[in-house]
Ligand binder design. Sequence first.
Ligand SMILES: Cc1cc2nc3c(=O)[nH]c(=O)nc-3n(C[C@H](O)[C@H](O)[C@H](O)COP(=O)(O)O)c2cc1C
Length: 404
Amino acid sequence: MGGAFLRYNEGDMLRFSTAGESHGEALTALVSGLPAGVTVDLEFVNRELWRRQQGYGRGGRMKIETDKAHVLSGVRHGKTIGAPIAIELVNRDWKNWEEKLPVEAGDPAKHQAVASPRPGHADLAGALKYNFPDARYILERASARETTSRVAAGAFCKLLLAELGIEVLSHVTRVGRVELERAATWDEIKAVAAKEDVMLSCVDAETEARMKAEVEETSRTGDTIGGVFEVVVHGLPAGVGTHVNWDERLDGLLAQAVVSIQAVKGVEIGRGVLGSESFGSKVHDPIYYGEAKADKPTRFERHQNNAGGLEGGITNGEDVVVRGFLKPISTLRRPLESVRFDTREATAASYERSDICVVPAAGVVAEAMVAYVIAQQVLVKFGGDSVLELKRNYEGYLEQIRRF
Ligand SMILES: Cc1cc2nc3c(=O)[nH]c(=O)nc-3n(C[C@H](O)[C@H](O)[C@H](O)COP(=O)(O)O)c2cc1C
């Protein structure tokens, strides 16, 4: 657990941890701190896992694995019981790796070393740090296969948030040089997330077609490509997070959670990056006092949302918007220069079946991470050992800001 989270009593906090290697027998996620009484829809959890596996530009691995959550504990008769939730996610590819990556010593002749580190991956830094003769054990854990566990844990956080009418979804705003040049509405984002034939998760069909062409061109040249996803939290009231301590600010917690995703190298809250090139008068979102609305507890409102729903590290009642910037995937079919671990000779970097573009999938992973941070902060503010207690506290607060 990162230092930023230690301020709270860890034993009471919603938290999750993951274990598992990319080609090991299974991945796991352990989620604890969820209140009792959350309705668990396993079909929803499995659909989240499926969404992580989609997108144009994924490698062969996605065809082998169809991830399914095997819940071992913490859920009974379709509801959480307040106890830790252990989830197993079997790697179907394990049968091909049992001898290459055994738990016991096995036959060294059958092990599969990664002879030359890939620039951009964790291979070299990790091998040096852990004193491994090759990068196999490093990439096995650095690999974004680990994000399967994150999505499983995040799905449970989403189920908690759903009890309060809060939703978290994502869409893609850029693939390589192709950018969505307009804002997306919540309904458009919902429609993209509901699709059965996921392409690049862009809300605009014409832009998505150009994104697809960008991936195709990249693939033809043996290269890889990055991009930008946007996560939106809908239905969250003003007042979650706080300005009072640097390590409790919600913007900082969200940034840490999103940048921890493999290949994410930058995070933007609202239109923060664009705002840095503009004027205060153009950037800040004027405040109005409008009509009462069924889905908003306060009549204070904005007609634009450049702040991304966060001011002073506190939600302001607008949608929370977080963007993640992905570097291109580092495993290249036409590899960059590298050096052999054993002989120190110059050679091409290792190549193992790999993705070309993962922006839509990274968006789904980021939804899980954002849902986790939001669920954690919602529980910090409203608390409760059962959903009944949480809802009572939550409704009481909504009534307070309604009357403000
Ligand atoms: C959903 C997803 C899938 C990924 N798939 C691959 C892949 O197939 N090949 C690869 O080299 N990197 C892949 N990555 C990125 C690497 O895991 C990442 O670059 C590596 O672990 C080094 O970490 P860093 O880029 O954060 O520094 C993927 C990332 C995500 C989010």
